[in-house]
Design a protein around this ligand. Structure first.
Ligand code: UD1
Length: 342
């Protein structure tokens, strides 16, 4: 069985490739290197017991996709590729809609041409409406996204669910909560270009001395310590969920939505303090104003994935902090790009 991983050299796709190859799957990777480079593919091959069959191509290029689907027998697609910088999506909406939506359509069209009937899609908790009560279940209201990035996830979910229902495909749509951590080897991890938008890569870059001080966005939220609360999940547990979906594909035919989180909330301050304690490093921060669009508290009810996929997250917030730090400490400049690259 061969699995096509899109976004194979990205943060989550690269981890998926290593784990899938370790599980004995045939893995075909595709990436256009818009936000990564060939070094990641080399590191995947260094960590995995089998070689990744890798293609540099853009998902919107139908001819290139056809070539890959002809050369490889693809039984299942894991679709991770996509632009994901929330702030940029606000200033460049057409780039985000054009890339993320057209890539999903092109990929599904190609799957249809080549009779590939299974897809796992990397969606986000950002598709849930901000007015929902916590914890979020898969039945919580969706829509009302606060930025174009969120809308592309919302729209891609719809596109994939519709084509899967029409063609009788199996589609597992995972709504990720806050994915952090890195491979325990410290060889692959999150390497955002430019200044990080997300909390954990910002923390690790401050700790390693690449950035001076962490701006802590808002300390006046109605939470016990005044900072936002999020549901952090280790990338290793996240990918376990994907593998459980592939292994259970027969039992879980049709279109299924699953939250992937731990169900536990951690405040921004708690995350900073845990990182400092477990790793013995300092992360200077200063309180700044709230970031527009942020909710005070989000966490998952992930019981559906536990129940239906037999999945359960195993890693603690301490594990997440230790692994994220090992990656950054061993790779202060990530995979080697200039930290200021826009
Ligand atoms: C964000 C996106 C979400 C996306 C997810 C993963 C928004 C509103 N949401 O989730 O759509 O799916 O990333 O890419 O952008 N923080 C700081 N200082 C920083 C960075 C973050 O205090 O330098 C705070 C944030 O304000 C927030 C918390 O840390 O309170 C978590 O932020 P982040 O890591 O960006 O995740 P989300 O906002 O939950």
């Amino acid at each position: 069985m061969a699995i096509l991983v899109t976004g194979a050299s990205g943060y989550i796709g690269s981890f998926a490739c290593v784990r899938l190859l370790g599980e004995g799957f045939g893995v075909v990777g595709i990436d256009n290197f818009s936000n990564s480079g060939a070094e990641v593919v080399e590191r995947i091959n260094e960590l995995a017991p089998k070689k990744l069959r890798f293609y540099e191509a853009d998902l919107r290029d139908a001819a290139a996709l056809d070539k890959i689907f002809k050369a490889e027998r693809i039984d299942c697609v894991m679709h991770f590729a996509g632009l994901k910088a929330v702030g940029v999506s606000v200033s460049k909406p057409l780039e985000y809609y054009g890339n993320n939506i057209n890539a999903a359509i092109s990929l599904c069209e190609c799957m249809d041409r080549h009779d590939t009937g299974a897809i796992v899609f990397s969606s986000s908790a950002t598709v849930y409406d901000g007015a929902n009560e916590m914890p979020l279940t898969e039945d919580s209201k969706t829509g009302g996204c606060t930025n174009p990035y969120g809308w592309t996830k919302f729209m891609c979910e719809q596109i994939i669910a519709d084509i899967a229902r029409a063609k009788g495909w199996t589609a597992s749509i995972f709504r990720y909560f806050n994915v952090i951590g890195a491979h325990e080897s410290g060889r692959i991890g999150d390497d955002p270009s430019g200044t990080p938008n997300n909390l954990m890569p910002y923390i690790t870059q401050v700790a390693v001395g690449r950035l001076e001080c962490l701006p802590l966005n808002g300390t006046d939220y109605p939470t016990p310590d005044g900072t936002c609360i999020r549901d952090y999940i280790h990338i290793s547990d996240l990918i376990d969920g994907h593998i459980a979906a592939v292994k259970n594909a027969n039992k879980n035919a049709g279109v299924n939505f699953y939250n992937l989180g731990t169900g536990r909330g951690t405040s921004n301050l708690e995350l900073i303090e845990t990182f400092e304690q477990i790793n013995g490093v300092r992360v200077p921060y200063r309180a700044t104003k709230r970031r527009p669009g942020d909710l005070a508290v989000t966490y998952a009810d992930a019981s559906k994935a536990r129940r239906e996929l037999g999945w359960s997250p195993k890693k603690s917030v301490e594990d997440m902090c230790a692994d994220a730090w090992r990656w950054q400490k061993n790779n202060p400049e990530g995979y080697g790009r200039n930290a200021e690259k826009p």
